[in-house]
Ligand binder design. Structure first.
Ligand code: THU
Length: 160
């Protein structure tokens, strides 16, 4: 028998400590929450992705009366980025969440399905995607999707 420990690394920042590009991307994600369609949960999420070609693609959660048909902000933004710019790798993804008329104090982290979609893109372009998770008290920076999804299922897994 052997035991293995997997560690993930997160850096915690105050907004003021971030570089200009990261601040701008977070502000893009914050702006997006106000366009979310979240009448059921009233939990509005915004995502902004900075691509290698200089474009910024944004998205927000889109809910549905048939609940499982809705989609999270991260997937709306990442699918759109991949659809519109299939040859440009995402560099950084910023996420912000807003409910009860305010942004959350602590960052939210992407759900399991979104992590799976994000890691597909990271592997597809073979480039780490930085993830900025916004909270009003502090911000998490995660250097790669792999950090959020260790032991992931990916295309190499299909080869057995
Ligand atoms: N949601 C996101 O858009 N991103 C997340 O990271 C977590 C959850 C959405 C899905 C649903 O519309 C609402 O937030 C409540 O779960």
């Amino acid at each position: 028998m052997e035991k293995k420990t997997i560690e993930i690394n997160i850096t915690i920042y105050q907004f003021d400590e971030l570089g200009l590009e990261d601040k701008k991307l977070i502000n893009n994600a914050k702006d997006e929450v106000h366009k979310a369609y979240a009448p059921y949960s009233k939990f509005q999420v915004g995502a902004a992705i900075a691509l290698e070609n200089g474009e910024i693609v944004t998205g927000n959660n889109q809910e549905n009366s048939a609940y499982p048909s809705g989609l999270c902000a991260e997937r709306v933004a990442m699918f759109y980025a991949n659809a519109k710019y299939p040859n440009s790798a995402p560099k950084t993804l910023a996420i912000a969440a807003f409910t009860n008329n305010e942004f959350l104090l602590e960052p939210i982290t992407p759900c399991g399905s979104c992590r799976q979609v994000l890691i597909e893109t990271e592997i597809r372009f073979d480039k780490k995607i930085r993830i900025l998770l916004y909270g009003t008290e502090y911000i998490y920076l995660i250097e790669s999707v792999k950090q959020l999804l260790p032991l992931c299922f990916e295309k190499n897994s299909l080869q057995g």
